[in-house]
Design a protein around this ligand. Structure first.
Ligand SMILES: CC(C)(COP(=O)(O)OP(=O)(O)OC[C@H]1O[C@@H](n2cnc3c(N)ncnc32)[C@H](O)[C@@H]1OP(=O)(O)O)[C@@H](O)C(=O)NCCC(=O)NCCS
Length: 382
């Protein structure tokens, strides 16, 4: 086993490459609603008597128009589409792979990682740490990060992190700190957000929210950076405040509880209205403090790569920060194409909307979500 070598502390840490990989399958709102409504109608017919007697709750119908208006989502990508729209199944049919084969999540992690490494003009030999950070991992161990590390031939350390929607920003902060402290020369942070297995496609409130995607970033010391587009990290900030308003209860203890491990309470559910009301002001205060801490003023920020859970949240947060509506260029939205991709949302926004910035332009990557957790990094183009 090769141990992580010690390196010298660094005062300037940069993001030198970013990668976005999206699955080939798309599920539109219309397709999703058609299948959910067929499921709900059949459920209501089958349980008509129990519903009448108040023993079973009627399933409300869903609407593509509501989904777009309430969330900004028009479609989502699915790693595996088969099964999602099948009203006999209502979940993707992801084939089980043997232990010797590459895991699904490592596969999509690698897809994004390779793009980020290319963008940063780095090879495996340059990287000392791999962090796979996302809302869910496919298994407990060995870490997906170690599998990815092995596939890429990277020496040093790999570990998984789970911080729900803030997994990416929190991992970027860990990567920054490792390079600044001298414990790694360069770090590969990957967010393989395989969210579809945790979606309750039989629940009108949440069946439309999530999509699958994978993103990655390379961080390194400024002195080794040769990439075409690189960003000095001026500061990073994270905070958590406990809340029960967004939960996913599935876990290994379910085995001991004599329940269906995949029952409704164990899948993703939230109190969306409360999340909206509570998280928006928290994110605004967090960002105001963060900008002040790095000695910038709010108008100095050219681009806000915000978390992508709900378009109305982003519009509200940007308006509170700027005192006016933000333009689509200032605070890009990717929800229409990708839906909520847990921690990857702000990284997708960065991947698709950073190359036009010029030297000296500042931007903020910010996530907010379950936990609650809020994470942000202020960066300046070099
Ligand atoms: C989930 C979310 C899009 C729902 O939007 P909303 O405007 O709050 O919607 P509500 O749940 O209050 O429902 C409003 C109405 O639409 C209805 N509705 C809910 N889902 C529906 C659907 N799929 N189709 C049609 N109507 C629907 C409700 O029944 C309700 O009807 P009522 O007014 O007659 O009671 C929104 O709350 C949200 O995105 N919140 C933040 C979520 C978030 O960031 N989560 C982080 C996850 S990591």
């Amino acid at each position: 086993m090769v141990e992580t070598p010690g390196f010298k502390a660094q005062s300037e840490v940069v993001i030198s490459g970013a990668g976005l990989w999206k699955p080939e399958h798309i599920v539109s709102n219309e397709e999703l609603v058609k299948s959910y409504n067929a499921f709900a109608t059949r459920f209501n017919e089958e349980h008509a008597t129990a519903i009448e007697q108040g023993e079973v709750q009627e399933k409300p119908l869903s609407s593509a128009e509501f989904i777009e208006k309430a969330s900004g989502i028009r479609q989502r990508y699915a790693y595996v589409k088969e099964g999602i729209l099948d009203i006999e199944r209502m979940r993707p049919k992801i084939p089980r792979r043997p232990e010797e084969a590459l895991s699904h999540q490592a596969e999509i992690a690698l897809n994004a990682a390779r793009i980020a490494l290319d963008a940063a003009a780095k090879t495996a030999d340059d990287i000392d740490m791999v962090i796979v950070s996302c809302a869910y991992t496919e298994r407990s161990y060995p870490a997906i990060a170690i599998e990815v590390q092995s596939e890429l031939g990277i020496k040093g350390t790999g570990f998984d992190m789970l911080v729900a929607c803030s997994a990416a920003t929190f991992a970027l902060q860990r990567a920054h700190d490792a390079i600044a402290a001298g414990s790694a020369r360069a770090v590969l942070v990957i967010n393989p957000e395989l969210t579809s297995p945790q979606v309750n496609y039989t629940d009108s409130d949440s069946h439309f929210i999530f999509g699958d995607v994978s993103t990655a970033m390379v961080l390194e010391a400024a002195e080794t950076c040769t990439s075409d587009h690189s960003y000095t990290i001026l500061g990073s900030k994270s905070q958590t405040v406990f809340s029960n308003n967004i939960r996913s209860n599935f876990g290994y203890v379910a085995y001991t509880q004599d329940i269906d491990a995949y029952c409704e309470e164990n899948l993703f559910h939230q109190n969306g209205r409360s999340v909206f009301k509570e998280v928006c002001p928290m994110a605004v205060t967090h960002l105001q403090e963060q900008i002040e801490e790095v000695d910038l003023d709010l108008p100095d920020v050219k681009r806000w790569w915000l978390h992508q859970a709900n378009i109305n949240m982003n519009l509200l947060i940007a308006k509170r920060l700027l005192g006016r509506d933000a333009s689509a260029e200032e605070a890009p939205i990717v929800l229409d194409e990708f839906a909520n991709t847990a921690s990857a949302g702000s990284i997708i926004a960065f991947c698709l909307h950073h190359q036009d910035l010029v030297k000296g332009d500042c931007g903020v990557i910010c996530s907010f979500g379950a936990g609650y957790s809020i994470g942000s990094l202020v960066v300046r183009k070099r």
